[in-house]
Design a protein around this ligand. Structure first.
Ligand code: PMP
Length: 409
């Protein structure tokens, strides 16, 4: 893909002009949350300045405008991820709530003792804790596909544990720690052959690369607005229409009903059946704008840019002494993030010292405690990249790491 004009893109993100102490901000915590470009900020302020109103029920002008914008945001998302239409796109608060929606609305009502839920050793707590708890409540068993030494799923092991008892698999598309891009289409085939369902956690995929839920044949797919140049407070659950149709609601209340009596209620049509209460309206119109923004750059080019910065970071890290880099080896295609550790400095000290140089990275278990147990380390440092990051920002990170090593030498 043709290279990005990073400087032009940076000009769209006001926060990137910030200073942190005596340094320019170097923002490398994009896997946690990305920054927000001017057009998305504008979408939010336009909404509140011009047509803030509750949706669906209103007959007045503002409510009609808000309703159209809110509903059309579903169409934009559907087109962006290759869904059939707005019926398949449910707005949630975030990826975590999407995972919980399916776990409660499908899992609680369908899992039984003897059923198996297949996860991977690299699942985020959003899916791991959720399915663990729903399995406990239903008597189902959780099984984990192993991660090999190169940070990839052991597909032989996957073939061993996916079987006739597999009722649901929840698989992370791109690991938020290892950067591994998992073969989710192949796993979907494997699970479907056993009449199971697959939920794909795309929190680290949709923001960074082209994703087509139909090509994957995912039954459910989830991601968050705040990791893709969009606002906080909104996430997406994609679900195949026939599955969403067959499921009980997750939350009850206004907006999700068609007919209510004192005795009983009937549910609204999709996707509103799963959107009880006043939804995230400002966030939806802003997410719509974020998608437009990302598409104007091109998801292929974004993926190539991030991969190239991640490769550069891996090379630079390997050139340092006493560094361990986790995940697929240099050269392998991966998500735009790198988790690492230094032998002499704890991850939290790394993050705090590089912050003194204006560099924002994250340290900890990144909501993957069991994976860190498997890696044999309590915490890692993680640098994660987005469309606006420059190579020189990797250099700034490396310089700051050198300073950290000197302090602890
Ligand atoms: N899954 C993965 C792979 C993630 O990286 C994250 C965000 N850290 C989540 C799920 C949860 O996203 P959210 O906090 O927006 O619900």
């Amino acid at each position: 893909a043709e290279e990005l004009d990073v400087e032009a893109i940076r000009a769209d993100f006001p926060v990137l002009d910030r200073r942190v102490g005596d340094s320019d901000l170097v923002y490398l915590d994009n896997a946690a949350t990305t920054q927000t470009p001017e057009p998305v900020i504008d979408a939010i302020t336009e909404y509140y300045r011009e047509y803030n109103a509750n949706v669906h029920r209103g007959l007045h002008q503002l409510s009609q405008e808000a309703s159209i914008a809110y509903e059309e945001a579903h169409d934009t998302v559907a087109e962006f991820i290759g869904a059939d239409g707005r019926e398949e796109v449910v707005f949630t608060a975030n990826t975590t709530m999407a995972e919980n929606l399916v776990a409660y609305a499908w899992g609680l009502n369908n899992l039984e003792p003897g059923d198996e839920v297949v996860l991977t050793q690299m699942e985020h707590h959003a899916s791991l804790v959720t399915w663990q708890q729903i399995a406990e409540r239903t008597g189902a068993t959780v099984r984990y596909i192993r991660v090999d030494d190169a940070g990839r799923l052991d597909m032989d092991h996957a073939r061993e544990i996916v079987g006739p008892d597999t009722a649901m698999a929840s698989i992370v598309h791109v690991s938020n720690v290892l950067g591994t891009i998992n073969p989710v289409a192949e796993l979907a085939d494997m699970v479907h052959e056993q009449d199971g369902l697959i939920f794909v956690d795309g929190a680290q995929a949709v923001p960074n690369r082209p994703v087509d839920v139909a090509a994957i044949d995912a039954d459910f797919y989830a991601f968050s607005g705040h990791k893709m140049a969009g606002p906080t407070g909104i996430g997406v659950l994609y679900g195949k229409e026939r599955l969403l149709e067959s499921m009980e609601p997750f939350l009850y209340g206004g907006e999700m009903i068609e007919k209510v009596t004192y005795e009983d209620s009937r549910w609204n049509e999709l996707p509103w059946k799963f959107e009880a209460g006043t939804p995230p309206i400002a966030q939806a119109v802003a997410l719509d704008r974020a998608i437009e923004y990302l598409e104007s750059i091109g998801m292929d080019r974004i993926a190539a840019h991030e991969n190239s910065i991640a490769q550069y970071a891996i090379e630079q890290l390997h050139a340092m002494e006493g560094v361990t880099v986790y995940g697929p080896p240099a050269g392998a295609e991966r998500g735009g993030l790198v988790a690492f550790s230094l032998d002499t400095v704890h991850a939290h000290d790394i993050a705090s010292i590089v912050n003194d140089h204006g560099v924002a990275i994250r340290a900890g278990d990144h909501c993957t405690q069991p994976l860190h147990d498997t890696l044999g380390i309590a915490a890692t440092a993680r640098a994660s990249f987005y469309v606006y990051n420059r190579r020189e920002e990797v250099d700034a990170l490396i310089e700051a790491l050198d300073a950290a090593r000197e302090i602890f030498a």
